[in-house]
Design a protein around this ligand. Structure first.
Ligand SMILES: NC(=O)c1ccc[n+]([C@@H]2O[C@H](COP(=O)([O-])OP(=O)(O)OC[C@H]3O[C@@H](n4cnc5c(N)ncnc54)[C@H](O)[C@@H]3O)[C@@H](O)[C@H]2O)c1
Length: 459
């Protein structure tokens, strides 16, 4: 590669870490970002991506080898281009408009021998049927002949402290052997290990397989959790026990629903493609969507039951939600089930408060009152719902001050009540004056406030 000029189109959760890693390995990087506010923040050394500290961004800028810009013309003469723009769903169907836009703007800048790689998650066939032809139309150059074209799925897991861009194997593909060699050589300069597959379609499918696998397995344990609760069995204990099997089992845990940018969206790209091309339904995906989409309703039903067992209604009860992000230790609230749980409880008339140290408050629904989970807030809540197990939350404070907790993540230690409340038997009075069948639990290390018992149920 002649001058090591890389352009990364889209400076988001995926594109910015790629750009930073490339700067660290000696590339000259142009980060093209259509959102002018984002580009300006980047230029000022202010990172909005949690996995990229502002200090790292500032270092990249100071090196003189990273230039964030809204101007595609700055990509002129590039050696390699990586496209990492959003691929959302619109009315249930893939929205590839961002890929189309990026391809149309990039195409006139491609020169002979350059390499263009799509990283956005999408259905099998996108690179060869849509992305490549758009690049050819705008450049007059043929993929695999005049320029190299490939697809490499991103496996970034925001907030994961063990697996990152560098040590996670990177699946790579190209349209033909020369493209594959160029794409592999590029990623070999960034990551520890590349895994070549025979076609861009296989690479596209690999990403969707990975996320569909997770989506389906989460749906499995979610549905199991609902049935186990009704049967009076502790599903979490069963999952812990099953997880001791050293082969043939992978641990997934229940939760209030599948959120984030990938799981609620990517499997639908696959099922859309299957339906569009084959006229058949991908039943696993549809079932998993159905189960995971309804988990927030299940959480609200459990909240209603828990309050009902204490002769209270949701309407007028003070409910504190812990966590609004889609998963632990991230501020990303896209598609987060907490948003739906909050909306349903607000509709029922709950006096709702929520705490999340990571999520940007300006991105939250207006009806939600954000608070700090102080002892006073915890004690004042009729019910605390743990939706996200952020490390920043204080377990001891919850255990010490809350009265009634629905723990959807089995975050609190100690015994949880697996039994069905209310209808299963006569209500049991507790020292707080409520009634229910939940066990009172006093953690050893954090003595309860005097005279107030804690009742915890898990999903
Ligand atoms: N976030 C993840 O954890 C993750 C993981 C694996 C794969 N992916 C996939 O990677 C892709 C990007 O996801 P993301 O999370 O980085 O999205 P993002 O929204 O964080 O970032 C995308 C960026 O692209 C910019 N953009 C949109 N159109 C553009 C254009 N034509 N030219 C230049 N910039 C443009 C947007 O303004 C945005 O800043 C998606 O296909 C996603 O499914 C995401």
């Amino acid at each position: 590669m002649s001058s090591n000029k890389l352009v990364v189109i889209g400076q988001g959760y995926v594109g910015l870490p790629v750009a930073m890693r490339a700067v660290a390995t000696g590339w000259h990087v142009i980060g093209v970002e259509v959102d002018a506010d984002r580009a300006a923040r980047l230029a000022a050394g202010d990172s909005y991506v949690e996995d990229v500290p502002s200090a790292e961004l500032a270092g990249a800028l100071a090196s003189g080898r990273y230039e964030p810009t809204v101007d595609y013309a700055r990509a002129e003469g590039f050696d390699v281009a990586v496209v990492s723009v959003p691929t959302p769903l619109r009315e249930g169907a893939p929205d590839l408009s961002y890929i189309v836009d990026a391809a149309e703007r990039l195409a006139p800048l491609i020169r002979l021998g350059a390499t263009v790689i799509l990283e956005s998650t999408t259905y099998p066939g996108t690179t060869e049927e849509l992305f490549g032809p758009l690049l050819t139309a705008g450049s007059g150059l043929r993929p695999g002949v005049d320029f190299h074209l490939g697809y490499s799925p991103e496996r970034i897991d925001p907030g994961n402290r063990t697996w990152n861009l560098v040590n996670t194997p990177k699946v790579v593909s190209g349209t033909g052997p020369r493209s594959l060699a160029a794409v592999t050589a590029f990623y070999d300069s960034l990551v520890e290990r590349t895994v070549a597959v025979g076609s861009t379609r296989t690479a596209e499918l690999t990403k969707l397989l990975e996320n569909t696998f997770r989506h389906v397995n989460i749906a499995l344990v979610n549905e199991l959790a609902m049935f186990a609760h009704e049967l009076g069995v502790d599903v979490w204990e069963a999952i812990d026990a099953a997880s001791t099997k050293p082969f043939g089992y992978l641990r997934f845990t229940p939760g209030p629903g599948a959120g984030g940018h990938c799981l609620p969206i990517d499997p639908s790209y696959l099922s859309w493609r299957v339906r569009r091309s084959l006229g058949r339904s991908f039943r696993f995906v549809e079932l998993a969507n159905d189960i995971n989409d309804h988990m927030p309703d299940h959480v609200v039903r459990r909240v209603t039951e828990m309050l009902n067992a204490r002769h209270r209604s949701v309407a007028g009860s003070r409910i504190l939600l812990l966590g609004l992000a889609y998963k632990a230790n991230t501020g990303d609230a896209r598609e987060a089930p907490a948003t739906r749980v909050a909306g349903l409880l607000a509709d029922l008339g709950a006096e709702l408060r929520a705490a999340d140290p990571h999520v940007d408050p300006t991105r939250l629904p207006a009806r939600l009152m954000l608070v700090d989970p102080t002892p006073a807030e915890l004690a004042a809540a009729d019910l605390v719902v743990v939706l996200v197990d952020h490390d920043a939350f204080d377990r001891d404070a919850v255990a010490r001050h809350a009265r009634l907790v629905l723990d959807t993540r089995r975050w609190l230690p100690g015994p949880h009540d697996a039994r069905r409340p209310a209808a299963a038997g006569a209500p049991t009075p507790d020292p707080a004056g409520h009634a229910g069948t939940s066990r009172a639990w006093v953690p050893a290390q954090s003595p309860r406030r005097e005279g107030v018992a804690l009742a915890v149920e898990s999903l």
